[in-house]
Design a protein around this ligand. Structure first.
Ligand SMILES: Cc1cc2nc3c(=O)[nH]c(=O)nc-3n(C[C@H](O)[C@H](O)[C@H](O)COP(=O)(O)O)c2cc1C
Length: 445
């Protein structure tokens, strides 16, 4: 059941997961490149010094913002014309355009909503939920396949696509769970299922009524390192009631333009901090090492979607095709197949065709369909059983041992068991051995 669940959730959402994962990888690369290019304020620089330098370059300064990458941008009015630029914090002078990077915007839009507005956001959130379910079900399947938690890093065997799928999954699962949970949190905030307001404060307590205090001397800004700044909005210089609005990574406050003193302060609440941490853990903005890790995990998720589809395609191509299968009620020979990836069905088809040429009426069926009452004319049973996981039943044999155990009387026709396995696994032909032992236990010839 777990395998079917994993397979179908993965297949249905494979395209969504693939696109979301690849765009996530691209965004990580953009973030890391941006962090590499950003000219950050020196660790000793204060907000007062930074603001004063930018103001010298742009007397009509309206706002300074520091991006998570550390890059500082400024917005101003000069001769009635608005202007903006990324600035060099050391000189306050323009460095490059402050227009948002079109490449980043494009990938962000794909990643968040596939350019489909709110419907796309719902699809993206479903993709994140699916990724969480796939990570949990995939972990359970991998533990079963590997033979327990202790063998989590054991060497893998089997066909390449399946091996690659498990190989990547066991490394990427932590990153995938982290990305899925943080994406779900952010979606819940977008759709206001979780409503966490931005930090804000009410009206400023009465300002001094003066203007023109030198920026560089302002007590409230001199105490703050520029690396903690988020945003500083400037007051209208000719309005003594207007104030500076300061946002940092700790909270929001007002600064008097006539005295340079802090007029009010509101720190971030607990949930606002959680929300910011979640945002940082998902986007890794301002944390290039985490960005590289998340980018690699996202690339892993894209490869997982692709290899998952390949594993399914291989199974589909190997699906049972038994021409001229005799009806169960008329068969003298019953061939029962326990297979996971289909190759045992190929052996069963060849065997059935040879028996048919020798004049037998052959019925081929999955072991999971076994019940002696279905084969009133059976003269022999042949069981072809592969082994999966660590000595477990393959999917087309599920429930066989249980049904065998419930039989009061064994079938009268004799049975033979042929195991298909790989000596590289610790439990070589383990399932076929279990079937053999149970057959002997109930006294079936
Ligand atoms: C993930 C995986 C787990 C396997 N576990 C075992 C095992 O525990 N014991 C064994 O003898 N063979 C094991 N095999 C090998 C298969 O039983 C063998 O390749 C068989 O021929 C596959 O048949 P199928 O394609 O019909 O599923 C495993 C193969 C895979 C891919």
């Amino acid at each position: 059941m777990m395998r079917n669940f994993h397979r179908w959730v993965g297949l249905v959402l494979s395209l969504v997961l693939f696109v979301a994962a690849l765009s996530g990888t691209a965004l990580s690369v953009v973030n890391v490149l941006e962090a590499g290019r950003a000219i950050r304020p020196a660790s000793t620089q204060t907000v007062a010094d930074l603001a004063a330098r930018v103001q010298v370059a742009h007397p009509g300064l309206e706002q300074i913002r520091r991006a998570p990458s550390g890059q500082v941008s400024a917005w101003w009015f000069d001769g009635g014309q608005p202007g903006s630029a990324v600035v060099d914090p050391a000189t306050g002078r323009d460095f490059s355009s402050a227009d948002p990077d079109p490449v980043r915007r494009w990938f962000t839009e794909v990643h968040r909503s596939f350019f489909l507005g709110d419907s796309g956001r719902i699809v993206a959130a479903s993709g994140a939920f699916a990724m969480l379910l796939l990570a949990v079900s995939g972990t359970i399947l991998a533990v079963r396949r590997l033979g327990g938690w202790k063998r989590w890093i054991a060497r893998l065997r089997g066909p390449l696509a399946g091996r690659l799928h498990t190989e990547i999954a066991r490394v990427a699962v932590v990153g995938l769970v982290l990305s899925a949970v943080t994406a779900l949190w952010m979606s819940a905030e977008t759709f206001e299922i979780l409503s966490i307001d931005e930090a804000s404060i009410g009206a400023a307590p009465s300002p001094s009524g003066r203007t023109g205090f030198p920026l560089r001397e302002m007590e409230a800004l001199r105490a703050l390192p520029a690396s903690s700044l988020r945003e500083l909005s400037f007051p209208a210089a000719d309005d003594p009631q207007d104030v500076y609005v300061l946002k940092t990574d700790r909270g929001v406050g007002y600064v008097d333009q006539g005295s340079g003193k802090l007029l009010g302060w509101q720190g971030l609440g607990f949930w606002q901090r959680v929300s910011e941490t979640v945002y940082m853990l998902h986007t890794a903005q301002g944390a290039p090492v985490l960005g590289i890790f998340l980018g690699a995990m996202a690339l892993g998720a894209a490869v997982l979607s692709a290899t998952g589809v390949l594993v399914w395609l291989a199974g589909w191509r190997n699906r049972p095709r038994i021409p001229a299968n005799a009806p169960a009620a008329r068969a003298d020979t019953v061939v029962m197949v326990g297979s996971e990836n289909g190759s045992t069905w190929g052996f069963a088809a060849t065997l059935a065709s040879a028996l048919r040429s020798a004049g037998h009426r052959v019925h081929v069926a999955p072991m999971s369909a076994f019940h002696p009452s279905r084969y009133p004319h059976a003269q022999r049973y042949l069981i072809l059983a592969a082994t999966y996981g660590d000595g477990d039943a393959p999917s087309s044999a599920k429930g066989f041992l249980g049904r065998l155990g419930e039989l009061r009387v064994p079938p009268s026709a004799p049975v033979a068991v042929l195991g298909f396995g790989d000596r590289g696994f610790p439990s070589f032909c383990g399932y076929a051995h279990d079937v053999d032992a149970q057959i002997r236990a109930i006294g079936w010839r």
